[in-house]
Each structure stands twice: as C-alpha cells, then as structure tokens.
Design a protein around this ligand. Structure first.
Ligand code: HEC
Length: 130
C-alpha cells in the first residue's frame, strides 16, 4: 500500500512539471487572509489596503487614490517595482522589507504559500487604461 502510493506520487510529480512554481488556485484560498484589506478582480476598489490588480510588475505605492504610508511612498521614490522576488520578501515579512509600512500583517510563513499567492496575484492584470 505504502509503496504503490509512493509510485503514484512519483508518477504525478513527473507528469506535472510546474509543480514547484506557484499555484494560483491554492493562492486564491490563501488570499482569504488578505481579502479583509485587499480586493482583486473586476471593479476592485481600495479598502484598508490598495486594490491589487496588476500588482506584479506595478511600481510600489501606485494604486490611484490610495493614501500610502510615508514608508511606502519613500520605497516607491527609491524605485521599488513589485516583482516576484521582492513581493516574496515583502509578503514574508512586510515590516522588515518596508520598515514603517502601515500594512498590519505579520507575514506569510510558508514559502510555498507565498509563491501560490504571487501566482494568484499575477492572474489579475492591470485594467486597460481608457
Ligand atoms: C490588515 C490589513 C491588511 C492585510 C491583512 C494585508 N494587507 Fe497588504 N496592505 C495593507 C495596507 C494598509 C497597505 C499599504 C501599505 C503602506 O502604505 O505602507 C498594503 C500594501 C500591500 C501591497 C503593496 C501594494 C502597492 O500598491 O504598493 C501588497 C503587494 C500587499 N499589501 C499584499 C498583501 C497580501 C498578498 C496580503 C495577504 C497575504 C496582504 N497584503 C494582507 C493592508 C493589509
């Protein structure tokens, strides 16, 4: 029994090449932690935190009409653009990556969960500008 499970696991792992990369569907369920403060998808509005459509590739502190902390505005002025690498650092420890941020969230401890959330965020492109 144990052995056939192992064989099945090996077959599955080799059949799904992208397994190590983030899984957007899993990210969606982990994003429930973020949803108290952040919206994504069509018609997303700023809430406690800025709306996150198109955030992968977006300059930090750039959601229109959102009142960022001085810390995030300083990071933006320093040229911070969100990519997968720095989002991973920010989401793991927000206050270590942007000291003084007003994002009141301790961070996501599991690197897999971080990758899954980033894959989820990457599935929401920025809305086309009129
Ligand atoms: C308690 C509310 C809260 C929670 C929970 C929260 N955030 Fe935030 N988030 C904020 C606030 C407030 C800001 C603005 C930070 C600032 O201006 O310093 C922010 C900023 C951000 C930014 C930077 C956006 C930009 O436009 O520069 C990202 C990315 C982000 N949050 C992602 C997440 C993700 C992903 C989660 C869940 C793992 C999460 N946040 C959980 C409140 C929250």
């Amino acid at each position: 029994m144990k052995r056939s499970f192992l064989v099945l696991a090996l077959v599955l792992a080799s059949a799904v090449p992208g397994l190590a990369a983030g899984d957007a569907a899993r990210g969606a369920s982990i994003f429930t932690k973020c949803r108290a403060c952040h919206a994504t998808g069509e018609g997303a509005q700023n809430r406690v935190g800025p709306q996150l459509n198109g955030v992968v590739g977006r300059p930090a502190g750039s959601a229109p009409d959102y009142n960022y902390s001085v810390a995030m505005r300083d990071a933006a002025a320093g040229g911070l653009v969100w990519d997968e690498a720095n989002l991973a650092q920010f989401l793991s420890k927000p206050r270590a990556f942007v000291p003084g941020t007003k994002m009141a969230f301790a961070g996501v401890t599991s690197p897999d969960d971080v990758a899954n959330i980033i894959a989820y965020l990457a599935s929401f492109p920025a809305p086309a500008t009129p």
